[in-house]
Design a protein around this ligand. Structure first.
Ligand SMILES: Nc1nc2c(ncn2[C@@H]2O[C@H](COP(=O)(O)OP(=O)(O)OP(=O)(O)O)[C@@H](O)[C@H]2O)c(=O)[nH]1
Ligand SMILES: [Mg+2]
Length: 464
């Protein structure tokens, strides 16, 4: 399908035992034979590794005269179309790692006729050659970028077809309905071509239910990909930075007894029991004449608006936890009251919290930090991560946008069926259905444009 043969390093840059250079396209074997001695064999066997020497192709003035043009000792692994990642003839060279050798291998392949691959080009070819759907290609990127065990588990399941099978289940009855309507239009003049309106409404609402169930998993998808954002807020000096440091396990934020120490939002990512938490320490909330401090406080409000979980801190001396809570516009599902500096209390720690929902903590002694983690874990449970992981459904922004559009269009169409006098004719239903299916089809790539491919694959790295 593609004329050009592409090459790129598929492993990360830097020192390592082994690096892999991938060559893919119609001339992969030919180019492989030009740079690899003793060659890949006359009847190259697919998936059979060959040991040999990688060298500059003949008759090329490479500027390298030592070792007779030898670059490295390598293992070459030819994979013949269609049984490769891209679906094309592919040769993978496993050479020594480091920053130099793998680049020389790429240069040799280029001199022999390959061109450098662009970002995501191998995956793009895999998609266009029917090796995987668009959501599966996105799962490859998610898997590579996974920061936690849970994110990796979800991504591999999506790669194995999790989301795709859900999409097929939603689309199939709609596609069948469309085929009936279109077929009927050609042969029948009567209304609804033998598919009665009750049946049409049933199919539409069934698909809408399926889409809604996927959309319910969108917050879980965001959490798996990006982590859960936890914002610590409260008055100056209540101990936000101290508790933040306890939670992230390093002295990341400056702590001082002067009120107004933290000015900017300080962010740190932590993996705890397989889940990524993104903690944000913020400037203390107060009326301040200081221009720069006020800029910091604006940032606190911004962070609070975007939080998944808010930790509302007040210090033990300030008595009732939460009494300082200001009404904030936030999308946070959970707001946990935290009482800090409890080591200053004359009370026995055992009696803390008996009549309160707040979590009692001390950053000086570490008291209550485990309990706070328990509360955070409980909050994460609201997001149905287990369900998203077991189904292999990691909804990203692109999917969410398409799912919401198609649900809205389906809902409008369904409304027309609620009143027998307003039921539209087959032709209109067919046109609207086709538009809904086009939206849905863009998620799996059943329907795609150059623009969609560009937006998906440009986010990939070179070599993937
Ligand atoms: N005794 C005691 N002191 C604490 C505790 N947590 C913080 N402090 C002290 O309280 C003071 C303020 O702590 P920070 O963590 O900087 O407070 P903050 O809320 O980040 O303050 P700003 O950044 O100014 O808003 C420092 O002197 C800390 O050592 C605690 O649990 N117990
Ligand atoms: Mg601070």
């Amino acid at each position: 399908m593609f004329e050009e043969t592409i090459v790129a390093i598929a492993t990360p840059e830097g020192n390592g035992g082994v690096a892999m250079v991938r060559l893919s396209g119609p001339r992969a074997l030919q180019i492989g034979n030009l740079v690899f001695v003793p060659g890949l064999g006359d009847n190259t066997k697919s998936h059979q590794a060959v040991y040999g020497i990688l060298e500059w192709p003949n008759d090329v003035d490479s500027g390298v005269s030592d070792n007779n043009g030898v670059i490295d000792q390598v293992i070459a692994l030819p994979m013949l179309a269609p049984n490769s990642f891209t679906g094309e003839d592919t040769v993978e060279f496993f050479c020594h790692g480091g920053t130099v050798v793998s680049r020389l291998v790429v240069s040799a392949c280029r001199l022999a006729g390959a061109r450098p691959a662009t970002a995501g080009e191998f995956s793009r070819r895999a998609f266009l050659n029917g090796k995987m759907s668009l959501d599966q290609a996105e799962a490859v990127a998610d898997l590579i970028h996974a920061e936690s065990d849970l994110a990796a588990r979800a991504a591999i399941r999506q790669l194995l077809g999790g989301l795709n099978s859900q999409l097929v289940a939603i689309e199939k009855p709609l596609l069948e309905l469309l085929a009936h309507l279109e077929g009927g239009l050609e042969f029948l003049e009567e209304e609804h071509a033998g598919v009665d309106s009750v049946e049409i409404a049933r199919v539409l609402s069934q698909s809408m239910g399926g889409i809604s169930r996927l959309l319910e998993l969108a917050p879980a998808g965001r959490l798996l990909r990006d982590g859960i954002h936890v914002v610590l807020k409260g008055s100056p000096n209540v101990g936000k930075s101290s508790l933040f440091n306890e939670l992230v396990g390093t002295e990341r934020a400056i702590v001082d007894d002067e009120a107004g120490t933290t000015r900017d939002v300080v962010t740190e990512r932590v993996v705890h029991k397989g889940q990524v938490y993104v903690f944000h320490d913020t400037a203390g909330l107060r009326q301040s004449p200081d221009r720069i401090e006020n800029k910091g406080i604006q940032r606190t409000h911004e962070a609070v608006r975007q939080a998944d979980i808010i930790l509302s801190l007040s210090a033990y001396e300030e008595s009732i936890p939460g009494s300082q809570k200001e009404p904030e516009k936030s999308s946070a599902m959970v707001d946990i009251s935290v009482l800090t500096k409890c080591d200053l209390s004359p009370e026995n720690p055992e009696s803390f919290g008996i009549n309160s929902d707040a979590v009692f903590t001390s950053s000086s002694t570490g008291f209550g930090v485990d309990k706070l983690w328990d509360e955070l874990e409980k909050a994460v449970k609201n997001y149905e991560l287990d369900k998203a992981i077991s189904l292999g459904v990691v909804i990203n922004e692109r999917h969410r946008f398409k799912l919401e559009n198609s649900r809205n269009e389906l809902s409008l169409l369904l409304q027309e069926f609620s009143d027998p006098s307003s039921i539209p004719g087959d032709e209109i239903v067919g046109t609207l259905l086709a538009s809904i299916l086009a939206q849905l089809g863009e998620i799996s790539g059943r329907v795609f444009s150059e623009q969609i491919l560009e937006s998906v694959f440009s986010r990939f790295c070179v070599g993937k």
